[in-house]
Write a protein that binds this ligand. Sequence first.
Ligand code: MTE
Length: 304
Amino acid sequence: MLRLGEKISAAEITPEAVYLERRRFMLGGAALALSALSGLGHAGCEHGNIPASSEPLTDIDAATHHNNYYEFSTDKKSVSRLAKDFNPRPWTVAVSGEVRKPKTYDIDELTRLVHPEERIYRLRCVEGWSMVVPWLGIPLCEVLRRADPTGKAKFVEFVSIKKPESMPGQRYASLSWPYTEGLRIDEAMHPLTMLVFGMYGKPLPNQNGAPLRLVVPWKYGFKSIKAIAQIRLVENQPLTSWSRSAPREYGFYANVNPAVAHPRWSQRRETRLGELSKRDTLPFNGYAEQVAPLYQGMDLVANF
Ligand code: MTE
């Protein structure tokens, strides 16, 4: 397991079976351990109310072989194969825009900025499947705070890598490239919003967004952008790849909301990867207690 201040290296990776067995024992104590750790090295980023999860984890094989990643393919079952040889090193992430301290990080510097945390989050795809994954990463807030945003920084725009020579899906106009996403600044600074570089105790597999992705657990999965190359703080709401391609289907907010149907299907129910029966989808994907205050007074039907 990771200790304080350590970086994840290949040598430290726990065999999966050992990892999962350990996890079964640790689930109860995990929240406590995290809250004890969270006092260290996190000044300025409030980590108070991270929910503990007691749900069974999605099987790692299911979570890594059913992917949305249009840069490689629109076929979920082909992404892992097509992404196999993608090289996520060397890699830099530029933090720029409305900040007093812009900086281009080497990926290994960025992942060592503060000690990584493991958090079990549900991810609910807009298409109706979901998974429960132990993600490894750091709160996005840690990176934004170090950039010292100006008063004009109202939104954060995320831009993925554009590399058609090694991303075959980028040779087609299935979306506009590079893939872009965005959050309002308070959503981006929220303690649940995570920059992720590992899952199941291992480095992020290519197909799940190596070397760095976002995980915003209360929003539909398309907000959780993979292969991030740029983080820009901006004054105006950015236009995102999905909103550009189908504005009536994919809104900027994309908060998981069973009461608002997608124009072509209901969002009331979902299927956990690896399960047969469906379950009810929860408002904000079950994170309402943590995030509903961000949207007080907002019309969540108009702002879907
Ligand atoms: N990020 C990039 N760069 N390109 C993509 O096509 N797809 C999104 C999101 N991030 C996507 C992306 C969608 S629609 C979903 S549901 C999640 O990634 C899927 O993440 P997973 O493959 O880890 O389940």
